[in-house]
Write a protein that binds this ligand. Structure first.
Ligand code: UDX
Length: 438
């Protein structure tokens, strides 16, 4: 089949590359000339394990191409995916759909035969219907269901595991309003039937809501265990054991129960906020998600206080080594990373920051000021009054504690991801603080 993918961000680029790897002919479109030129040279705009070789092999096989002109990409394709950004709108927290509608209008003008227009970006309920209206306004000669259809196909991939998540998903969700587009979507995903991926075919609005409901529930699970962690610290319990003890109940499930500094990234913060806005607009608030948004914001901000407390109550004139800047490992993404609040607040309290991250330093430079970036974890901790593990990169999982102790000014380790066993670190002579473990 032939596919056009509009937008070469995380979702667009990974989906485009994976569809082409399934054997479809895919053209990826992005207005950013520089980005397309770099992709043509094999330079990926994001760090995602395995993506560069996947792109290279499919470009070489002639199934994957990159262009800037949408008008050239759309004619003759079976499906056009809209995978442009839907950032939080400044001021009100609603998803900003201007890029989605602009793409829809441009697509409308390029349509030359029956095509399915698919929203892959995370969009609020009702966006598919709006996209249909935009197309009808731009092309009054076209009839929905006859000349074109608008479908919803949210993406659930995680950064850092994006390719395997796309190729071996827990499920694929497709929302359509007519049989013809349902058949096109079924054919596109047919390669996944081989590994018996469950397909959820539903209405467009339901599909749109499934994406928000999934992300909000996952964010709720994380926030729940984070608050349990705080309670564990007060009552002298261990959150890791609590997570294990509840997670073994199949009705709860053990994933997304890892307590930490609060969730970040390109999806959870923006999508939970957008869901609360939609719910309030419809007069049907999802109060639990309101609470999750508030609790997570507060949590990220409270982490600096925890670090300062562990250093003895003051950060003034002290040097803090931050290990891990990205919102999670195996990505260079800094969006809404807990490290941002932590570093800003430590700096406000008078601390100097030395930082290391295996992939995120270039992105970090765009959002942080006055940070000394280091080549490795040991370089970062040199002379520091405290080391803080903010992101659980593999590089920080087996640090040589005695070497660290010799290099640091004060042996203080704050482990916001519970990477280490408290007794081991204390035995090594450190003041150690983790999350939810007394
Ligand atoms: C998420 C969803 O998992 C994915 O389905 C959706 O398509 C996009 O949003 P992603 O943002 O890539 O994916 O990362 P994820 O691994 O889900 O982690 C999100 C945040 O939650 C990170 O900050 C992570 O550190 C945090 N997290 C996750 C926890 O604090 N504890 C956990 O147990 C799991």
């Amino acid at each position: 089949m032939r596919v056009a993918m509009i937008g070469t961000g995380y979702v667009g680029l990974v989906s485009g590359a994976c569809f082409s790897d399934f054997g479809h002919e895919v053209v990826c479109v992005d207005k950013d000339r520089g980005k397309i030129d770099r992709l043509l040279d094999g330079v990926m705009p994001i760090y995602e394990p395995g993506l560069d070789s996947l792109v290279a092999s499919n470009v070489e096989a002639g199934r994957l191409s990159f262009i800037t002109d949408l008008k050239e990409a759309v004619p003759g394709v079976d499906a056009v995916f809209i995978a442009v950004g839907t950032p939080s709108r400044r001021g009100d927290g609603h998803a900003d759909l201007s890029y989605v509608y602009a793409a829809a209008e441009e697509i409308a003008h390029a349509l030359d035969g029956y095509t399915v227009i698919v929203t892959k970006s995370t969009v609020p309920v009702g966006t598919g219907a709006e996209v249909e209206k935009v197309i009808m306004k731009a092309r009054p000669d076209l009839k929905p269901g006859v000349d074109f259809s608008v479908a919803s196909n949210p993406e659930f991939l995680r950064e850092g595991a994006a390719i395997s998540d796309f190729k071996r998903p827990d499920r694929v969700v497709v929302g359509t309003e007519d049989e013809r587009s349902r058949e096109v979507m079924a054919e596109l995903y047919r390669p996944l039937y081989l590994n018996e991926t469950p397909m959820v075919f539903t209405s467009r609005a339901t599909s749109e809501l499934i994406k928000y409901a999934a992300n909000a529930l996952l964010a709720t699970k994380i926030t729940f265990i984070n608050e349990m962690a705080d309670l564990c610290e007060k009552v002298g319990a261990d959150v890791q054991q609590v997570a294990k003890g509840i997670g073994l109940d199949n009705r709860i499930g053990k994933k997304f129960l890892h307590a930490g500094p609060g969730y970040g990234g390109s999806c959870f913060p923006k999508d939970t906020l957008a869901l609360t806005k939609t719910a309030h607009d419809y007069g049907s608030p999802v109060r639990i998600v309101d609470a999750v948004v508030e609790a997570n914001d507060k949590r990220k901000k409270s982490m600096a206080g925890r670090i300062i407390e562990t250093m003895g109550g003051s950060a003034e004139g002290k040097t803090v080594a931050i290990l891990g800047l990205t919102f999670k490992p195996n990505t260079d993404d800094m969006r809404d990373s807990p490290s941002i609040d932590i570093i800003n607040m430590l700096q406000d309290a008078g601390a100097r920051i030395r930082a290391h991250d295996p992939e995120g330093i270039e992105e970090a430079k765009k959002v942080l000021k006055d940070v000394t970036y280091c080549d490795g974890p040991y370089h970062a901790i040199e002379g520091a009054d405290a080391a803080v593990i903010v992101t659980e990169w593999d590089a920080y999982r087996a640090l040589d504690l005695s070497r660290m102790k010799e290099m640091m000014k004060e042996p203080v380790l704050v482990d916001l991801r519970n990477v280490y066993r408290p007794e081991k670190v204390r035995e090594a002579g450190f003041t150690y603080r983790s999350i939810g473990r007394a």
